[in-house]
Design a protein. Structure first.
Length: 148
């Protein structure tokens, strides 16, 4: 299970995502060199040291990351507010990569087009979105639960 961060620039959100990823058994975190939070001491602190327990893969081109994943049979899955399918209906049992988008713009159009499936996190109340680190934790936990 992989996690791809698309344009997440906030160091604290990235640190919290890393902590959830490690707790849920994510094997590696992928991101492009552009539009990504720098690996930073605040990230280590926010991740509670989890940053030292996971592999990071930084690539120049997001397109190259997506192509490599697909060529290797890894299903690319992302949360999208316009998706019809619920997170609870997604199959995380096979090789998969979960894409998380930036705090303000979400997942880039190019990345979203490359996804094999999109889903929405079911919610009640008067909000239509979650903080990216909270959403990543929910999605990673669902993937871990299915893989157990």
């Amino acid at each position: 299970m992989l996690l791809l961060l698309d344009g997440i620039t906030d160091v604290r959100n990235t640190g919290a995502i890393i902590r959830s990823a490690v707790c849920c058994g994510v094997d590696a975190i992928l991101f492009s060199e552009k539009n990504a939070a720098p690996l930073h001491e605040d990230m280590v602190k926010t991740s509670a040291g989890a940053m030292m327990q996971i592999t990071f893969c930084r690539e120049k081109s997001m397109q190259r990351i997506l192509e490599t994943l697909q060529l290797n049979g890894i299903k690319i899955l992302s949360s999208d507010l316009k998706a019809k399918k619920s997170l609870l209906d997604i199959d995380f049992s096979g090789p998969s990569c979960i894409v998380m988008g930036s705090e303000d713009r979400g997942i880039s159009r190019e990345t979203l087009q490359a996804c094999d499936e999109t889903f929405i996190i079911p919610m009640k109340g008067h909000f239509d979105s979650l903080n990216v680190s909270v959403a990543a934790g929910i999605i990673c936990f669902e993937a871990m639960k299915q893989r157990a």
